[in-house]
Design a binder for this molecule. Sequence first.
Ligand SMILES: [Zn+2]
Ligand SMILES: [Zn+2]
Length: 287
Amino acid sequence: MKNSADIDQLLAALPEDATCYGYCPDCDEVHYLTEGNSRRYALELMADLEQHKRIDFHRPDSEPLFSTDCLWAERGGQMFGVLECVDGEGKTVVLRAFSGQFNTRWQAEGWVPPTFDLAGYSQLMAKIEAAVKLMTANIEACQQKADQGKLKFEEAMGSGGRAAQKECRRQMKEACNALDLAKKKRRTYSQSMMNDFQELYQLHNFKGTQRSILNVFYEERGIPTGTGDCCAPKLLYAAAQNGLTALGLSEFYFGRENKASTRFHKEFYPSCKNKCQPILGYMLCGL
Ligand SMILES: [Zn+2]
Ligand SMILES: [Zn+2]
């Protein structure tokens, strides 16, 4: 395993047309893909999006939810990706992905699925929502008690004797401590659940191995939210799972420019550094 400066040096030495790359700790080298012929398919996809103004354009009956109108709304556009692959018989297969969710949906016909177990995700979400609801109710009850405690204490300070004041102060402190504890409990619960979510991301690569994203992400910092949801990991995951060989990858942005002004309509971008590069080396391994 190289240090981050050495990895950066390896990445800087990549061919300029590399679109998707990452350091693979197993091989101690950088694996990468160029765009190959994928740009042609990406341009076709762009044209389809422009013409049909929806992402389910291959279906006769459209769902309003899949309209591209949302890509021009306040929150801005979205990344789309195309992976050119070849199957066992040498036939070209083109996979398409949108990053993250499209308008609250993880899945849409004609697009690759997310890189995590969607059924497990739904179960986990339901479990978390129920638990958080209980904890929130508890926080609210504690808040009420703490407010009452403060009020009583203030009253005692105005009119009560010393003993009553002391007792009210004790009760107030107790209620405030209970409130802090309840809040802390909810916070640590949410944090601990992040691990469970990330465990749902079981990444595949072209060597035929599978590993949790928690083991794949090699950088010391925590795994950023949304890691594994970009187009490149989704596409590679789908290709590896379906026994396809990936040949070329293109990712482009479609829609209203983002708030940070780093993404522009119909521009192509390499895989992101923050979330994707620390997992793509593993995912590209074996190609
Ligand atoms: Zn990314
Ligand atoms: Zn490797």
